[in-house]
Design a binder for this molecule. Structure first.
Ligand SMILES: [Zn+2]
Length: 166
């Protein structure tokens, strides 16, 4: 994706208030992010670890930022494995977190959320490209190429964002 500057990043959020958008912790090293390798920029809030964020470019070129909250107590036994629903990377417990996004509009005002199991560090793009390794290691059953996995991740992400925007 194309590099994003901080003001555009903060302006992209669709499911939080202006006040929240102003306060949320953005990565300090924005100009050093591996933009060429990112389908979306995802990070956990350094000041509020239960919060996470992701920002991506939609098909029409606009940015969409989603504020997420990790559900407490979703970690299971150490030997259990979970899969990220965006990039389908398998992790051991703790590597995947159930995160919820408040929906926009009336649904959001009524407290409606959308939940997804996601890589806990929101680094899906880097796992797909082999730039980051999981504890489990490479998934040898995966038959898709890197480009196909990236395309699949973007499709899954677009579907997630559509649900938040409904
Ligand atoms: Zn993932």
């Amino acid at each position: 994706m194309r590099p994003i500057i901080e003001s555009d990043l903060r302006g992209s959020f669709v499911n939080c208030s202006k006040g929240e958008t102003k306060r949320l912790g953005v990565p300090r090293d924005l100009d050093e992010q591996p933009w060429d390798d990112l389908d979306f920029l995802g990070w956990r809030d350094p000041g509020a670890p239960e919060r996470g964020y992701l920002v991506t470019e939609r098909d029409d070129g606009t940015l969409a930022g989603i504020a997420l909250r990790a559900a407490p107590g979703t970690a299971r036994g150490f030997t259990s494995r979970s899969m990220c629903s965006l990039c389908l990377t398998t992790h051991t417990s703790g590597g995947v977190a159930l995160m919820t996004a408040r929906r926009t509009g009336e649904a959001g005002r009524l407290g409606n959320t959308v939940g997804q199991y996601l890589c806990a560090d929101l680094a899906c793009s880097l796992y797909i490209r082999g730039k980051k390794q999981t504890v489990v290691g490479a998934d040898f059953d995966e038959t898709l190429s890197m480009d196909e996995r990236a395309a699949r991740t973007r499709t899954n992400l677009a579907a997630f964002i559509d649900k938040v925007l409904e």
